[in-house]
Design a protein around this ligand. Structure first.
Ligand code: SF4
Length: 229
């Protein structure tokens, strides 16, 4: 019998966490080129590239790839060798092959338009739960969770320090969904902001709690505060 889904309840301190995070992001978020567009194709390309490649590297490859294949239709028409050549240096060519296949699927089954719903996005080649949420949020400003490694780490430390395994992951996705308030620019900003916090402050190597904007709303950070660290 399938597990009964429970309604998502925002965790304790959710409004404060959100408020502090968004304020920090407005002041400190990096001006990355894919944050200046809502073009779903351009965002999909950035998400495929970012899957296993550093931001600084993607910053130089992304505009070159888009200059050569400016639309989903242009990519669908391209020869596999040309796509592979444009991906040269990024590695993990499976991503390029999936992206190419995705463009053909969008052309053939979606009249050339990338769908907005995460369920439809997940049917496309190479698109998993995270990428579907990211595209729904970053291109269509939908209040959808997008939990990558950085986001999972922040959510775990902030709300569920003991979350582990599949049940833990489920919990993190539920919390990510519950933290969203509404569709629109704030949904876009929330996902960008929590990823940015995981990349710059609450990193895998070190949690810089002393410099963290959400510390008063974070379980792990508050422990440190109580201990006076
Ligand atoms: S207070 Fe510390 S553990 Fe909590 S989100 Fe910030 S850096 Fe991470």
């Amino acid at each position: 019998m399938p597990a009964k889904s429970t309604p998502n309840r925002p965790p304790e301190h959710a409004p404060e966490f959100r408020r502090r995070l968004l304020r920090w992001f407005r002041a400190h978020g990096r001006d990355l080129p894919w944050r200046r567009t809502r073009d779903p194709y351009a965002i999909l390309v950035s998400e495929f590239m970012l899957q296993q490649t550093q931001v600084s590297r993607v910053e130089s490859y992304w505009p070159r790839f888009l200059a050569r294949f400016p639309t989903v239709d242009a990519l669908a028409r391209a020869r596999p060798a040309a796509v592979r050549e444009s991906w040269q240096g990024l590695g993990y060519y499976r991503r390029a092959a999936n992206l190419h296949q995705l463009a053909r699927t969008v052309r053939d089954r979606h009249e050339g338009r990338i769908p907005a719903a995460p369920e439809a996005l997940r049917q496309l080649p190479g698109v998993g739960r995270y990428t579907a949420g990211a595209v729904a949020s970053f291109a269509f400003e939908r209040a959808e969770p997008a939990v990558d490694t950085n986001v999972a780490r922040v959510l775990r430390r902030a709300f569920h320090p003991r979350a582990r395994g599949a049940a833990g992951e489920h919990r993190l996705w539920n919390t990510a969904a519950a933290l969203h308030v509404r569709n629109g620019r704030s949904a876009w900003a929330f996902n960008q902001a929590i990823m940015e916090l995981g990349a710059l402050v609450c990193t895998a190597r070190i949690a810089k709690c002393g410099a963290c904007p959400v510390r008063p709303a974070c379980k792990t950070g508050r422990k440190g505060l109580r201990a006076g660290s």
